[in-house]
Design a protein around this ligand. Sequence first.
Ligand SMILES: [Ca+2]
Length: 494
Amino acid sequence: MKPLVLLLASALPSLAADCAALANLKLPATTITSAQTIAPGAFTPPTPGRGPNPFAPLPAFCRVTATLAPSADSDIKIEVWLPESNWNGKFEAVGNGGWAGTITYPALATALARGYATASTDTGHATPGGAFALGHPEKLVDFGYRAVHEMTVQAKSLIANYYGNQAKRAYWNGCSTGGRQGLMSAQRYPADFDGIIAGAPANYMSHLQPWSLWVPMAVHQTEASYIPPAKYPIIHKAVLDACDALDGVRDGVIEDPTRCHFDPKTIECRGPDATSCLTAPQVEAARKIYSPMTNPRTGLQLFPALEPGSEMGWTGLAGPQPMAIPVDTFKYMVHNDPNWDWKTIDFDKDVAATEKLFAPIIDAVNPNLTPFFSHGGKLLLYHGWNDQLIAPRNSIQYFDSVRYTLGTAKTLDGMRLYMVPGMAHCNGGDGTGTFDVVANLERWVEQGQAPDTIVASRTNPTRTRPLCQWPKVAVYSGTGSTDDAANFTCKVVP
Ligand SMILES: [Ca+2]
């Protein structure tokens, strides 16, 4: 394998067109706005952060910027970064977060540093928040699925023109909104990618967004039901006291929260309110946070809940104010009313209205991945059990929906799910949240070596742990360091 890559890399400079010439390329519904060589370390993003430039270590690359207009109201910005030397022959597109509205420069830099030609889009609007959609239904379609697909098609053309060769593989790598974009590609444009990484996917948007107000409603029902963030540590401690050791290792991480049946009533104040206990209304609020969103009329479960262990991240949804993302959903998309009051949400009618709008263009819940799998496409899904913004069982539910539709054997032939104990939304948290999904996906796509156990790590404390394919969990052998992955095996625990 290696000699071929070296041969390819050494042969490329003579074949490659020069970067500036790409500006003259004619691509459908595309205006190339610039194509220029960026010298090693010379890139700075349009809004540079404070401190040292994180892009300083980048090698020389050809930076192409373009505007795509697949509809009359479209204004999709894309950037395609092409390594000038040592191209690995592959393409990796990268995803967005939240409502997007910016090119994901850090992810472009990571992909470029690994030798990929890479691309990112702002998804068709250049402002943060959801106001872009008010009166612009075509821009919502661009956000939903069109921008990523159009970017992918034009990026592949730019790559072929620059190097004189097609990319031999195309990958997607994204988390959160980026996870949704990955699943959308697998479902709607199955030929776009050979391998897709979808982390903590926001794929069931029509239910995720109302649920993102369900949690705030639990704590803002009355003034008395609000749980001050100063109390999160005592809830977290009580949860760990009850459930940390269920997996055999007291390490501050619950390997499988589905086995933890913690009742906040156990820390209810016996006397007056204190920071060491919860009042009766706070107990009810916490119980609601741990419970799925249901339809108040039918009792039907609509979206899973935050898990025991996630408490230290509760300011995300259960803090003083709800997140802007769900509020914007209803203000600018569902109700077209910038003055809409989030406390008026109706978990029957408003869920139905969101479904009507989002199901055809934003949701990525189609379980039929046969078209993607049948050309050899591989999908690697991961989700942190301590995710504070997207209920982790949403990923299990999608995985199960594919299994029910295609059967277990066919599903595992093309898809793997890893639930990451202790990890927060997309990264961070108390677990071993560092692992190389890209390398595992590539071995699967390129060498037919399906990922099984993935070794994950963290620092402070330094620890490695096997990451197991759901529904397996890491089980300690009983001897040796609990900070060493070698002393654990992945098993289905009965
Ligand atoms: Ca544990």
